[in-house]
Design a protein around this ligand. Structure first.
Ligand code: UTP
Length: 476
């Protein structure tokens, strides 16, 4: 970037000249850095968003009038038709064998709640081997490769902050046995933070306060990075989307993929029944235009969240656990649009580290600015024929979000132990447990041994002799 003058002029014309407030005092390298960051900003978009979001609470929530619960495909354990699930499974398995499916992980978040000083995917998640979240997913993908006779490509969306460290982690661990050419990393987009007057904030004299643009940024980033083109070239038209924080996720789920294909859906989601009305999961709903939408738990009026059906179940019980199937062409369509035609941005008021008029650092104690983020579930109402499929929480959802308490490394580890122990008990292995099904000792099942109860039972019955399940045992 050598044409600094015209860049500064553009910022002045947009009322954002404060970005260059310290320009005269910067060294050449610092100027280059600031100019590069400034050049990456879509000023028109930032000013448009500031205008729209500064003067409302920022919640872009869909209207609540005439809201109905979204329909979903019930799991066979909750009255779903087992024959229909079997068909869906077969359909999805065929798509997998035909090489139509890629795995896709969003891992560009900042993970502030966990407070772990490395990319979240490198966090040791399992009870005995203490393998990383990335290794858990890699083993699940490897197992699917073996099952379906393919090399499922795995796309990982990183952030500017964690990109290099993520790649280095895969290199250092030899891609956990996956073919390196099948794993692709790309950075998500960034958005500048603005103050409550809509002015772009500096993080230091020569850097702008830039943040990842939310998991919804995945759609743009998939397009911009060339990933969508690469998928098209490889004959892939379906992405299996999951977050980096949930070691129980079925990264590759043939039945879910089968339901998605059967309904010619452009975007599909898994749901679990909410455990209680205030649980922090978004609600799958149908709006008055008949579109499926997700209403964030914070936007759901209490009386709707607490309403029950005649059978006493929560009426709006379908909780969003951020597991989706995305159609490639849908991602191209939505991800190619600018913000008016693509996903909406939401406003989040945050404490943003910045500098004062003398360039001295400010570490605010209360929110002093706004971050702009897109949410992937805002794609749902834009999609044709979306389908929502129930899954079983104990089998598929136990995220690591917080350092302690709910959704923490400890709760997730215990949920993994309960799952494997349930499977073993179904195979008539006697393991001492407490009332919650938590075994008295830690042991582990690698996804390479089994990723579902059915697979466990098959493998276990084929083992001769059978190993003793005791403290520290790992089945792989
Ligand atoms: P979370 O909502 O848990 O946010 O992200 P976070 O940033 O990781 O964590 P906190 O809130 O700071 O503690 C859910 C998933 O979406 C990804 C995360 O990496 C995680 O897999 N994500 C989130 C992105 O990929 N990009 C983002 O900008 C935000």
């Amino acid at each position: 970037m050598n044409d600094y003058g015209s860049l500064k002029q553009r910022f002045e014309a947009a009322g954002q000249e404060q970005v260059f407030a310290f320009w005269e005092s910067l060294k050449a390298g610092e100027r280059r850095r600031l100019a590069d960051e400034a050049a990456s900003i879509d000023l028109e978009e930032v000013n448009r968003l500031s205008k729209r979001l500064l003067h409302n609470s920022g919640s872009n929530a869909p209207g609540l009038d005439g809201l109905e619960p979204a329909p979903h495909v019930p799991h066979p354990a909750h009255g779903g038709d087992a024959a229909v699930w079997k068909e869906a499974h077969a359909r999805g398995a065929k798509a997998l064998r035909d090489g139509r499916v890629a795995a896709f992980t969003v891992a560009g978040g900042q993970g502030t709640r966990l407070g772990y000083d490395a990319p979240k995917g490198t966090f040791p998640a399992t009870p005995v081997r203490r393998i990383s979240l990335y290794q858990v997913f890699a083993e699940k993908i490897l197992a699917a490769n073996r099952k379906y006779g393919v090399h499922i490509p795995w796309y990982i969306m990183t952030s500017h902050q964690n990109h290099e460290a993520t790649q280095a982690f895969f290199d250092d661990n030899r891609f956990f046995g996956l073919a390196p050419a099948t794993v692709s990393f790309f950075r998500q987009g960034r958005m500048p933070a603005v103050d409550f007057q809509g002015k772009i904030m500096l993080e230091s004299k020569c850097t702008i306060a830039l943040n990842p643009d939310g998991h919804g940024g995945a759609l743009r980033a998939l397009v911009r990075s060339g990933s969508v083109d690469a998928m098209e070239e490889a004959g892939i038209d379906i992405m299996s989307y999951f977050q980096v924080d949930n070691p129980l996720v079925h990264c590759i789920d043939p039945a879910f993929i089968g339901f998605h294909i059967e309904s010619s859906a452009e975007f599909s989601s898994k749901m679990v029944p909410k455990a209680y009305p205030g649980e922090k999961l978004g609600h799958f709903c149908r709006d008055k235009e008949g579109r499926l939408v997700v209403i964030e738990y914070s936007d759901m009026p209490e009386e709707l969240a607490e309403a029950t059906d005649a059978d006493g179940q929560l009426r709006f019980r379908a909780g969003n656990i951020a597991i989706h199937t995305l159609g490639r062409d849908f991602v191209r369509r939505v991800g190619s649009g600018r913000s008016q035609s693509g996903l909406p941005f939401h406003r989040a008021d945050k404490k943003i580290a910045t500098v004062d008029s003398r360039g001295e650092p400010i570490r605010p104690e209360s929110p002093n600015g706004i971050k702009f983020e897109m949410f992937v579930f805002d794609a749902l109402p834009l999609a044709r024929d979306p389908v929502i499929v129930e899954t079983l929480r104990p089998e598929e959802f136990s995220p690591i979000k917080n350092a302690e308490g709910v959704d923490s490394p400890e709760t997730s580890r215990n949920d993994q132990l309960r799952q494997w122990t349930r499977w073993a008990r179904a195979a008539r292995v006697d393991i001492p447990c407490d009332d919650s099904g938590l075994p008295e000792f830690a042991w582990e099942v690698s996804p390479l041994f089994a990723d579902t109860e059915g697979e466990f039972l098959n493998k276990w019955h084929g083992l001769n002799p059978k190993p003793a399940i005791e403290s520290g045992v790992v089945l792989r």
